[in-house]
Design a protein around this ligand. Structure first.
Ligand SMILES: C[S@@+](CC[C@H](N)C(=O)[O-])C[C@H]1O[C@@H](n2cnc3c(N)ncnc32)[C@H](O)[C@@H]1O
Length: 423
């Protein structure tokens, strides 16, 4: 149980530095025990950290346990490598499993065949070393997921300790057409500096998402403010692995419900605000906030972002992913439509989008002077549409879609928020 494990925590491209900060903040690990790689973080730690990271990480997609790594030039090499792993120490023959395989520049011809060889090696290892019984495969709801990753000359084999991807926090039942992934909302909070993952704390400034949809950003922020664990409402695959220690897990969960951070936030008036022009979305967000245990810490309202005034007297931070895939009426209301105003749009839709952002910038300059606005969008022309010059642009990926998180420092109309030409 105290054995040292090698863990790999994949994350969205560009998020790895924030994830390394988060892992350091949660576990105290540093140096060779915490390596930042492309698309993830590698950690040397024990079962305690494995459980902590599953329960608390907001940026990792999952926590994988590395079980073998070696040269791999053929399917036979892969089979041999997989056969060396003592799978029987990790799960029982009565449990089902599934193999997933990813590859980058691997010379192996058929990835399906490679997957099959790993599957055979796992089953054969059970038969030869664990007295005959072999686990069966379940591709839909396996008890155990094995992951193989192939590169040009090497293979790495993992067992997944998370199960469902960690962006699934367990509170979402109501979603809009385009909810933001929770992991991406957390990355926005870290990149904007509102959340300081290495220090396990949040900044005190008010946070406002005026296009909050199903509430992902405000709920992530409120859970951070209150010190609630990201995965407090869900279960994890490690609970079904053989080395799992329920007593240690219960202790970790007990500690998580007595968080060091957030203790002062419980009785404060809300500092986190969300609104949306679609009342249906506000209703979704409210119900999601209730399930996430943060309804008392957020204030959610209906209303047009072109009209809503700042929710506090003191300036704070606007953080949002504005409408992109919907049609926007210049009055500000969104026609419920699946048409895309950028990719499939008519020029009229694009003009409506331009007008919306032009008016949004004018509204912010008039009423939100002193605030900082951070907007995540795949639309690289957004600063031009807003006629504002960004003070920062952070590359981020929304799945396969390349986005930017733009920062604008809002000043009063007629003063420094300088106009920009198209970027
Ligand atoms: C890309 S979605 C945001 C998704 C949200 N972050 C979530 O996680 O569900 C954009 C949202 O902007 C809202 N919206 C569009 N026009 C608006 C306006 N004029 N005022 C306020 N909200 C608006 C839409 O109803 C939609 O919920």
């Amino acid at each position: 149980m105290n054995d040292r494990l090698t863990l790999f925590l994949p994350c969205a491209s560009g998020v790895q530095e924030f994830l390394a900060d988060e892992v350091h903040g949660l576990t105290g690990l540093t140096g060779q025990d915490l390596l930042t790689l492309r698309g993830g973080v590698r950690v040397h730690a024990g079962w305690r950290e494995l459980m902590l990271l599953n329960l608390h990480s907001r940026l990792a997609q999952r926590v994988l346990i590395e079980l073998a790594h070696g040269p791999c030039a053929s399917e036979d090499d892969l089979y041999r490598l997989a056969h060396t792993v003592p799978w029987e120490n990790w799960f029982a023959a009565r449990q089902t499993f599934k193999v997933d395989l990813t590859a980058q520049r691997s010379p192996l011809k058929s990835l399906n065949f490679a997957t099959l060889r790993v599957k055979d090696a796992v089953a054969d290892a059970f038969r030869t070393r664990a007295g005959g019984a072999r686990p069966s495969v379940d591709t839909h709801e396996p008890d155990v997921r094995v992951q193989a990753h192939l590169t040009q000359a090497e293979a790495t084999l993992y067992i997944d300790s998370s199960g469902a991807s960690l962006f699934k926090r367990g509170w979402r039942q109501q979603q809009g057409d385009a909810p933001l992934k929770e992991t991406l909302a957390a990355a926005m909070l870290a990149a904007s500096g509102w959340w300081l993952p290495a220090e396990r704390r949040v900044q005190g400034v008010p946070l406002y998402d005026p296009c909050c949809g199903s509430g992902t950003i405000v709920i992530e922020a409120a859970q951070l403010l209150l010190g609630l664990p990201a995965g407090g409402l869900r279960s994890f695959a490690f609970q079904h692995l053989k080395p799992f220690d329920p007593a240690l897990w219960n202790a970790i969960k007990r500690e998580a419900t007595h968080p060091a951070i957030g203790k002062d936030a419980k009785n404060q008036p809300p500092r986190i605000f969300g609104s949306d022009v679609a009342h249906r979305m506000v209703d979704f967000a409210q119900r999601n906030a209730e399930r996430a245990g943060v309804a008392h810490a957020v204030q959610l309202r209906g209303g047009d972002a072109l009209q809503r005034l700042p929710p506090t007297d003191t300036p704070g931070m606007l953080l949002l992913n504005p409408p992109y895939g919907e049609r926007i009426d210049v009055a500000g209301s969104v026609r419920q439509s699946r048409e895309r105003f950028v990719s499939e749009s008519s020029s009229a839709d694009e003009r409506a989008g331009d007008l919306f952002f032009e008016r949004l910038a004018a509204h912010w300059k008039q009423h939100f002077a002193g605030w900082t606005a951070w907007l995540l969008t795949p639309d690289l022309k957004l600063p031009a549409r807003l006629r504002l010059k960004e003070s920062r642009r952070v590359p981020m990926w929304n799945g396969p879609i390349e986005c930017r998180l733009f920062r604008f420092d809002l000043t009063a109309r007629g003063t420094a928020a300088s106009p920009t030409s198209a970027t």
